[in-house]
Design a protein around this ligand. Structure first.
Ligand SMILES: Nc1ncnc2c1ncn2[C@@H]1O[C@H](COP(=O)(O)OP(=O)(O)O)[C@@H](O)[C@H]1O
Ligand SMILES: O=c1ccn([C@@H]2O[C@H](COP(=O)(O)O)[C@@H](O)[C@H]2O)c(=O)[nH]1
Length: 202
């Protein structure tokens, strides 16, 4: 089994890069796990209380469960991945049953910041895009897909996203084996990572 961790600031293009990597790989060989699925269950808080949570701090993630799940997959066991709703800002009642496959890709802003999680990765990748690029992408995406308005995205960016990026995410770049520049779509880097994965599959 090959476990790949892909980190990078919000809007850098992690999800897009992962989609591009896996789209030409056999579906039955690769599992993608998003750190977002492991946001703490906040069902006990009101929607207003949840909207004040700092979702960019490592404490907002249930790393213990994510690490336990990766160890279970490595041991050949099936896991139940929580489903997170960005619109509700909490976990939903359902889970997704996931079986072990040859390649596991774990993506999320903080996946290289946690030392225990880092130890599980065979390859560590950091996707870089400049902060202005990332903010523009985040504004467009959160308004279109995550049910946020302009003021909410900017307020969250200034109070949580940017300070947590500087404290936890950007410093985790030093642990990366590969840094993918992604101010523009980077097909060369995507092809290189896919080639590494294909070598593992044969
Ligand atoms: N290289 C790129 N150039 C322009 N837009 C991009 C690029 N990569 C991703 N995007 C767009 O930016 C937004 C955020 O990308 P996404 O992959 O969700 O980032 P992340 O998962 O790192 O938060 C999406 O709307 C996506 O289509
Ligand atoms: O309920 C939530 C939970 C998280 N966020 C924001 O999401 C990003 C991380 O996701 P990316 O796909 O990597 O952008 C993080 O910056 C959180 O602030 C949210 O808005 N609502």
């Amino acid at each position: 089994m090959l476990i790949i961790g892909i980190a990078g600031g919000t809007g850098c293009g992690k999800t897009t890069v992962v989609k591009q990597i896996v789209e030409e790989l056999p579906k039955d060989e690769v599992v993608v796990i998003s750190q977002d699925s492991y946001y703490n269950d906040l069902a006990h808080l009101t929607k207003e209380e949840r909207s004040k949570v700092n979702f960019d701090h490592p404490n907002s993630i249930d790393f213990e469960l994510l690490i336990a799940h990766l160890n279970k997959l490595r041991a050949g066991n099936t896991i139940e991945i929580p489903v997170y709703s960005f619109v509700e800002e909490t976990r939903l009642a359902k889970t997704i049953t996931t079986i072990p496959k040859k390649v596991i890709i774990v993506e999320g802003i903080l996946v290289l910041s946690n030392p225990e999680l880092r130890k599980l990765f065979d390859i560590k990748i950091y996707v870089h895009a400049d902060s202005d690029e990332r903010l523009i992408r985040r504004l467009q995406r959160d308004i279109k897909e995550r049910g946020h308005d302009f003021d909410k995205v900017l307020h969250r960016y200034q109070t949580a996203v940017k300070p947590m990026h500087n404290e936890f995410i950007e410093p985790s770049k030093e642990f990366a084996d590969i840094i993918i520049p992604n101010n523009h779509y980077n097909t060369v880097a995507v092809d290189m990572v896919r080639t590494i994965i294909i070598e593992k599959l044969v």
